[in-house]
Design a protein around this ligand. Sequence first.
Ligand code: COA
Length: 149
Amino acid sequence: MDDRQVLLKMEMTVLPMTIDLYDEVFALWQQTDGIGLSSADSQDAIRSFLERNRGLSFMASMNGKIVGAILAGHDGRRGYLYHLAVHPNYRRLGFGRKLVEHSLQALKKQGIQKCHLFAFQYNAAGIAFWKSIGWTPRVDIQAMSMTIE
Ligand SMILES: CC(C)(COP(=O)(O)OP(=O)(O)OC[C@H]1O[C@@H](n2cnc3c(N)ncnc32)[C@H](O)[C@@H]1OP(=O)(O)O)[C@@H](O)C(=O)NCCC(=O)NCCS
């Protein structure tokens, strides 16, 4: 049996994100290229995000170890996904797709019909992933930001 077949036989679980596992999830984000972290990702900020967006964010675990995570929320009109990450040793096993599906189904149950995300332009592999699972790049939109003093 090769390494991939061994991994596929291990127990994979997707579970709702809870703040008690923040340290593990944050460590995963920190070591993942393509994830931009800021003060909006402090423990207090993520706690607040999870409370405002209950049941929409998920973690993936394999034999008890957190190997993937996604944040999802909505503003009453549209859904937004953030910080999808799968540990490099556990990629191409379907975790990324499963995490996205869980968040989209949870958003749908709350009446949300469309979802957006931001990807760094340099993140070609991440963008290839999103396209392969059916997302459409928006070349008609320029993302803009302002820090509120
Ligand atoms: C993007 C990411 C979450 C994908 O997670 P994953 O668990 O490996 O994805 P899946 O196994 O569910 O892949 C589903 C399909 O997406 C496509 N895909 C996945 N990774 C890909 C890559 N690097 N390049 C091209 N296509 C890819 C494939 O079609 C794959 O199906 P296949 O394995 O049957 O060919 C993971 O590579 C990651 O954490 N990357 C760094 C963080 C990141 O870029 N996040 C997105 C920020 S916008």
